[in-house]
Design a protein around this ligand. Structure first.
Ligand SMILES: Nc1ncnc2c1ncn2[C@@H]1O[C@H](COP(=O)(O)OP(=O)(O)O)[C@@H](O)[C@H]1O
Ligand SMILES: [Mg+2]
Length: 223
């Protein structure tokens, strides 16, 4: 199976004033296409930093990151933004939905940003909300939805442009165990449909579902 994501000696140092933090020190990893991978490790050890690098949200201080055949650390911001919107769907712990918009509008806006024509936006957003089990909540705003429902809207939004990779950072970190199990079932379905699913988590329940586990410790891959 080919690797959809690779890193070669990726490192990231943050500098804030006089203080520098070596969040990632030297990370080389491969993520096979179509796999279900969890990145686990203690808080503050570099998991989110790694996710931002492999998703092209940030650039490494040194080393290389590949999405498919593209070495993303050397392409322009415009090309990187295009690659992200075509290939990657992001989901975050606190959902990051726009509070003033309805569920369906939150999904549509991701398509609008990618240049999808308006009539198609609505029909695809309806299908995606149905896929995540929220067809009847299309007109609800985030504040009218439970945490688990909000995260399902966020997953529908992440799927808006039919990415082949889903990157999720602590997607169940703010949910109870029932809602967590529902989100994991949904992610497993998406994996069966061919998506590459990568979840950053410190939850054992989440890691139990993974085919592959990558452990991050102190900015390095731990054995
Ligand atoms: N934008 C940033 N600026 C400065 N330091 C950061 C930034 N993001 C993360 N860090 C630091 O990098 C380290 C790793 O953080 P992070 O990747 O968020 O860890 P995790 O996701 O495993 O909790 C921590 O010491 C954190 O404080
Ligand atoms: Mg984190």
């Amino acid at each position: 199976m080919s690797n959809i994501i690779r890193t070669e000696h990726a490192a990231k140092t943050y500098a804030v004033g006089e203080i520098t933090t070596r969040a990632l020190k030297d990370v080389s990893l491969n993520i096979p296409q179509g796999s279900f991978t969890c990145i686990v490790g203690p808080s503050g050890h570099g998991k989110s930093t790694l996710m931002h690098l492999i998703g092209g949200l940030d650039r490494p201080s040194s080393g290389k990151i590949y999405i498919g055949d593209t070495e993303i650390s050397s392409i322009t911001n415009t090309d990187l933004a295009r690659l992200r919107s075509q290939r990657i769907g992001f989901v975050f712990q606190f959902f990051n939905l726009l509070q003033g918009l309805t569920a369906i509008e939150n999904v549509e806006i991701a398509m609008m940003l990618a240049g999808v024509a308006e009539p198609e936006q609505r029909s695809r957003a309806e299908k995606l909300l149905a896929l995540v089990g929220l067809a009847e909540k299309a007109g609800s705003k985030p504040g009218q939805l439970s945490g688990g429902q909000q995260q399902r809207v966020a997953i529908a939004r992440a799927l808006a442009n039919d990415p082949d990779i889903l990157l999720l950072d602590e997607p169940t970190g703010n949910l109870d165990s029932v809602a967590e199990a529902e989100i994991l079932d949904l992610l497993q379905d998406l994996h069966r449909q061919g998506k590459t699913v990568i979840i950053v988590t410190h939850s054992d329940e989440v890691a139990k579902r993974a085919e592959r586990i990558i452990r991050v410790k102190d900015g390095l891959i731990a054995a």
